[in-house]
Unconditional design. Structure first.
Length: 165
């Protein structure tokens, strides 16, 4: 694909990466903060804190958490589209079919649903569960996180209060 794209004279991600070199060292190290209108602040040999007093550790940690949260939030849109498409498919409103009913049952079983149901009903129930999880308030326990997060991490996430039970 890369060769074909180049052959067509189109710019690729690789061209844009090269054009960005050298990338900003403060950004690469995560010590640039643009969280508020006092900034942007950066940690240098001369300045060990941002204007608000944030240290390099604070800035790096905040940047990392915000990047992860933004990425996760962006991907919930994919999950929402998927769930809506499943529901529409069950109702015959898309050209799609359930290509792998066994996979559906496997995921539904992992989500704690009764897999004895007819395939369409089960698909709709799973889609409904996904949508309900996405729309929960931040105060409600997240069933899907509890079910699918690595089991070894759950106690730690509960301890650190990043996961409600
Ligand atoms: S380091 Fe503090 S003052 Fe500077 S931009 Fe970030 S939050 Fe604002």
């Amino acid at each position: 694909m890369y060769t074909r794209t180049r052959g067509m004279g189109l710019e690729t991600i690789f061209d844009r990466y090269e054009a960005q070199q050298p990338q900003c060292g403060f950004g690469m190290a995560g010590v640039c903060c643009q969280l508020c209108s006092h900034g942007p602040c950066r940690i240098t040999g001369k300045t060990s804190r941002g204007i608000c007093g944030a240290t390099a550790d604070t800035i790096v940690a905040r940047n990392l958490v915000r990047l992860a949260a933004r990425g996760a939030a962006a991907y919930t849109h994919h999950l929402e589209e998927l769930a809506d498409t499943i529901k529409a498919t069950v109702r015959g409103k898309t050209p799609f079919t359930t290509g792998d009913p066994e996979k559906l049952r496997e995921i539904a079983a992992a989500a704690g649903l009764d897999t004895a149901k007819e395939t369409g009903r089960l698909a709709e129930e799973l889609a409904g569960m996904m949508l309900a999880e996405l729309r929960k308030s931040s105060r409600d326990p997240l069933a899907l996180v509890k079910l699918f997060a690595p089991k070894t991490r759950v106690p730690k996430m509960v301890l650190l209060e990043v996961m409600r039970t």
